[in-house]
Write a protein that binds this ligand. Sequence first.
Ligand SMILES: [Mg+2]
Length: 410
Amino acid sequence: MRRIVLHLDMNSYFASVEQQVNPSLRDRPVGVCATMGTRGCIIASSKEAKAIGIKTGCRISEARRLCREVVLLEVDPPKYRSTTRKVFDILKQYSDDVEPYSIDEAFVNLTGYSPSFERAAAIAAEIKTRVFCEVGDWLSNSVGIGSTRWLAKFASDICEKGKLLVLQSDNLHEYLKSRTLTEAWGIAEPTARKLNSVGICTLDQLADYSPHKLMRMFGVRGYGLWANVNGIETTAQRVSDNILPLPKSIGHSHVLLKRCRDSVFHRGVLMRLVERTGRRLRATKLTARGVFASVGFADHESCGGNRQLGHDIQGSKEIFDEVWQIIGDELRKNTPTSFAVGVFQLAPEIPQQVLWPTKTRPGLNTALDTINNRYGDETIIWGTLSGLDDSHAPDRIGFRKTLPIESQAR
Ligand SMILES: [Mg+2]
């Protein structure tokens, strides 16, 4: 049976939903912001805002400088989630194998539901019409169709906004030709630089290169890089099998090697456990609404508890502050022998690292994680960790998951 995968990506999503709900915002530059303070930044801009240079990551002050009339709104996740649910409900009527990939993207496996790419293109046109009529006439989406999950996503990434692109073996090379490596889903600057060093500068050059040499450079991933641009499937046959269940909690524990009443040392160990937890939380694109912590003592007593917050958190410093509220005072009363910390009530973050108000510093967390992922753990550390020996609470790694959209409705 011919494998056919469709990928749908909503365009300028948060800003378009705002314009859909409030028609007076249509045709005007709109920026959706994580917070409205002077240090806030735009996390999603409307196509009118993009046209005048107001892009994701742009500071509020800069956006106002670029256009005095820009309409700035605070992010409103329930609004976007309910719209997403309506779009995905339509997709589910065309296949029982749908993989929600993020709040505004999903894969639909049309294998067995559509006999040909022509029919799949007709289904895509019908989906577009239905989103227009049934969800919102201001919402636009790009759709890609291909014989693999990767090609479908690549097609929707490179096609003109609001349009449809079908990639097949007979036109694939034409679309890969002269296209830079980082335009491919999954290739970032470091990988591109490594490929450049062996003379691969465009995606068609990557497709024509030896997969064996790529595997020597990148291991198994090298095969994936080559297979993707050659239209060979490397993920689950059922796209929804790429969805992993949402974890209930993320946390770390540690039995202390040193028994003492040194609060600087205890804060350091706790911070290391919290930072591991925070990095896994952020790497899996989740946020938490609860924090737990416990401490075991030399006399076999223990204490701890949890705190339920009224908002989402993701930053290590925020998690640490809650942990310290729970067990900080107890540490002075006895000699700790073990710690356990973690987060619960998890939900997928809104993409582009939004998150709720107040104390969160998504830009700072992203910067720290990027540096530590690239150059090694604890290349940059929180001051609390300075002077703490590596042997205390040694490393664990984090990973990323594709999550079901249902889990986004907490
Ligand atoms: Mg999008």
